[in-house]
Design a binder for this molecule. Structure first.
Ligand SMILES: Nc1nc2c(c(=O)[nH]1)N[C@H]1C(S)=C(S)[C@@H](COP(=O)(O)OP(=O)(O)OC[C@H]3O[C@@H](n4cnc5c(=O)[nH]c(N)nc54)[C@H](O)[C@@H]3O)O[C@H]1N2
Ligand SMILES: Nc1nc2c(c(=O)[nH]1)N[C@H]1C(S)=C(S)[C@@H](COP(=O)(O)OP(=O)(O)OC[C@H]3O[C@@H](n4cnc5c(=O)[nH]c(N)nc54)[C@H](O)[C@@H]3O)O[C@H]1N2
Ligand code: SF4
Ligand SMILES: [Mo]
Length: 695
């Protein structure tokens, strides 16, 4: 059967989830932007070229099984699934249920994330499940929950930003990571906090350029200025918040000149930033990974939320705080149970009432549900250890490239008794697997994703997957059945899974029970929470804007957090005199598995580069276009030198999209935020020397 020849769907990549129209013309897939509100007819070049990935020549079209000679060889599905099941059963017999671990992804649809969590907690009975969202917005999630009582990245529609007068972007390079979002920011004066002069910073009215890892001091300093210069909204603080005094006690010690010494941001620029935010009431503070991916990311995000609260922004129409969630389903992926401590509906795994509710939907004994497991990096680092898992199932992540201290993660994965990877390609992680399962891509499947604004969207199928390729849901079902579960408990039809997810989420913080495919297909814009209504009450309209009347804590108030600055886990020293930070280039997505296969994108950015200031280059003997070796305490990589006049001279930058010896994560520091488990991707101490070609 072939599907319809035209569908409305969404881009496969980032959390903006730009609306697209797909069609099949002359045997190939064409994409056009739709007039969807977040992209208003625009797409970035990744979105435009996404169809190439469907037709990539090296796409997997049959399972692979590691043969006796150590090579991955083609296999049929039965042999591959039998090998997985036999391996899982062996590990479970010898090491117990926690011997098996599961690693998911924020690119998976809601249905997949839900079923994967259910597979882990019931069919496998393991506590060892987490996902790559831990590397993404987990610090913002912890800070948001603590401040507001619920975590929805943007508690307002993206289009609200178009009315703003001032928008502060802390560590977000929107012009390269969500280009169409810039359309909503062209009216506002932007204040950009970024150690680099990015394209976003170039579009700003004010660019603060701190040393990586010092945003917490900066945010405390901005609060200090807001209070001492009398910009606080005292009425709002009194009526709608608690904890101001304790937070202020900490900020009191961060006067502008002290902040300048720590961050490098001139006191005058700090004052100007606060004035720009405070002089208008239509202001937003948004955080990205630059502020969050630190061993103190939760406290840093909390400090920016404190500033927003002091200025009276959250929960008011036309202003607010938000975290710019990153992956396609980064929001939904954190709600439906692939996170170590979580059950569907954003329920907590350690909450007896939540366990009771979800166990009832699943038809199992609440006591049979395992407790919370390890966070993503802790999980990867424990693989093969005496008390760690011996088998790992990976769906929708490429941790050999994207996890911190990637050299060590690679060793851990290679040492497993069983590694199973479901992917479209032989990703770098799949290369280490014992079994690789080829799965369908976005344009070949149905499902839902929840975008950065908390709106639930339909992904629609244009065409069938190639012969020999199954959907993730079918793979999960097949595994569950082989592990002794009835097929009906693990439906492979997305709509059926969604209907069960609705029931599982009912009454939870992320309540989807009032949402169904029919409403979405009719074009309704549904933002969670959207509870099912009692008979006769009419459908719930969903909640585009949260917090307008009250915050989600029982007392209805938002909470300030009493946070203080501390150094990054590693700071520059004589041996490693520079601070390296990492992030993204416009042309590539994440570990690059998909975008490195698109010729146009690979031509645009073919290899890893290291951005350095001219003085740094001169001191180290580096020249433009030559190779450099970047070394940290954990490893080294070789990168092409790019001399950038606007860099800080104490900082270098590397994108993390490249494989093998070009992995930026060979050098990154797996120091974790104690509350969120977020690794410190944005700071490590390095030395940069000429590489072979430059020597
Ligand atoms: N092109 C592209 N777009 C993407 C993605 C992609 O891989 N490629 N991925 C998607 C995903 S999953 C995500 S999470 C988002 C991420 O979107 P962003 O958060 O915008 O992306 P990053 O480049 O990781 O980080 C943003 C900026 O933080 C700066 N930065 C580094 N260290 C610090 C610091 O200590 N403080 C501050 N204030 N800034 C710092 C970097 O210089 C960088 O410009 O992008 C999404 N969109
Ligand atoms: N140094 C450094 N490292 C970082 C970051 C950083 O800023 N700096 N950012 C971190 C962040 S924010 C993120 S989100 C992570 C992301 O890093 P990863 O988790 O590695 O993300 P992707 O590269 O998107 O990996 C997804 C893999 O799954 C496959 N895939 C995509 N969709 C599906 C699907 O539906 N089903 C299946 N089975 N497979 C699928 C893709 O082909 C790809 O191989 O990287 C983190 N790592
Ligand atoms: S901004 Fe994100 S969703 Fe939009 S086209 Fe680019 S990658 Fe796709
Ligand atoms: Mo991310």
């Amino acid at each position: 059967m072939t599907g319809p020849r035209r569908v409305r769907t969404h881009c496969p990549y980032c959390a903006l989830q730009c609306g697209t129209r797909l069609s099949r013309e002359d045997g190939t897939v064409r994409v056009r932007p739709s007039d969807f509100p977040v992209n208003r007819g625009g797409l970035c070049r990744k979105g435009w070229t996404a169809p190439f990935v469907l037709e990539a020549p090296d796409r997997l079209r049959h399972p692979l099984l590691r043969g006796r000679d150590g090579r991955l060889l083609p296999a049929d599905w039965d042999s591959a699934l039998d090998a997985v099941t036999a391996g899982l059963q062996r590990v479970r017999r010898d090491h117990g249920p926690d011997g098996v671990a599961v690693f998911g992804g924020g690119g998976l649809t809601n249905e997949k994330a839900y079923l994967l969590g259910k597979l882990a907690r019931t069919a496998l009975g393991t506590s060892q499940i987490d996902y790559n969202g831990r590397f993404c917005m987990s610090s913002a999630a912890v800070a948001g929950n603590a401040a507001f009582g619920v975590d929805r990245g943007l508690p307002f529609p993206v289009t609200d930003l178009a009315e703003a007068d001032t928008v502060l972007l802390a560590g977000a390079n929107v012009a390269e990571t969500m280009p169409p979002l810039m359309r909503h920011l062209d009216r506002a004066d932007l204040v950009v906090i970024d150690p680099r002069r990015t394209r976003t910073a170039e579009a700003s009215a004010l660019h603060l350029q701190p040393l990586p890892g010092t945003d917490l001091a900066l945010a405390l300093g901005l609060l200090h200025i807001a209070v001492t210069e009398g910009w606080c909204d005292l009425g709002y603080v009194e009526e709608r918040t608690s904890g101001f005094d304790e937070a202020w006690q900490r900020a009191l010690a961060w006067w502008p000149e002290r902040v300048e010494r720590v961050t490098g941001v001139p006191a005058g620029e700090q004052r100007e930033a606060v004035r720009m935010l405070a002089r208008t009431r239509r202001a937003y503070i948004l955080t990205g990974r630059g502020a969050e991916q630190h061993s103190k990311g939760t406290d840093t995000t909390a400090a920016f939320i404190n500033l927003a609260l002091a200025l009276g922004l959250p929960g008011r129409r036309g202003s607010g705080y938000g975290c710019l969630t990153g992956q396609g389903n980064g929001q939904g992926g954190r709600e439906h149970g692939q996170k170590a401590d979580q059950l569907p509906g954003y329920r907590r795994l350690d909450d007896p009432a939540a366990r009771e509710h979800v166990a009832r939907v699943w038809g199992v004994d609440p006591n049979s549900l395992p407790g919370p497991g390890r966070s993503a990096y802790e999980l990867l680092d424990a693989l093969g250890e005496p008390d760690g898992p011996r088998a790992l199932l990976v769906f929708g992540s490429n941790p050999v490239v994207s996890a911190p201290h990637a050299g060590r993660v690679g060793d851990r994965l290679a040492g497993l008794d069983l590694l199973v990877v479901a992917d479209f390609f032989r990703s770098e992680t799949a290369e280490l697997a014992d079994v690789v399962l080829p799965v369908a891509q976005w344009a070949e499947e149905e499902g839902t994703l929840t975008s950065l604004e908390g709106r639930v969207l339909r992904r629609r199928r244009l065409q069938d997957p190639p012969a020999g390729v199954l959907g993730d849901l079918e793979v999960i079902q097949a595994l569950a059945v082989r592990l002794g579960q009835p097929a009906s408990r693990f439906p492979a039809a997305p709509r059926e899974v969604f209907d069960e997810l609705r029931r599982a989420s009912r009454g939870g913080p992320a309540d989807y029970s009032g949402i169904d495919y029919e409403r979405l297909d009719a074009g309704e814009a549904l933002y969670w929470p959207c509870p099912e209504q009692p008979e006769g009450a009419g459908p719930h309209p969903g909640t585009p804007r949260l917090f307008l009347d009250r915050f989600a804590h029982p007392d209805g108030r938002a909470r300030f957090a009493a946070v203080d600055h501390r150094d990054s886990a590693e700071t520059a020293c004589a041996q490693y005199p520079l601070t390296a930070t990492t992030g993204r280039a416009l042309a590539h997505y994440q570990s690059g598995t998909q975008t490195r296969r698109v010729p146009e994108l690979l031509r645009a950015v073919p290899e890893v580069c290291v951005e350095v200031h001219p003085d740094t280059a001169a001191r180290a003997g580096l020249s433009e276009g030559a190779l450099a070796v970047v070394t940290s305490r954990r490893g080294r990589l070789t990168a092409r030198v790019r001399i950038v006049n606007t860099m800080r001279s104490d900082t270098v930058f590397l994108p993390f999209h490249f494989p093998m010896s070009g992995r930026a994560n060979l050098i990154t520091n797996p120091a974790l935020d104690p509350r969120s488990g977020m690794p410190e991707f944005k700071v490590c101490a390095v030395r940069v020397e000429p590489g072979e070609a430059g020597a």
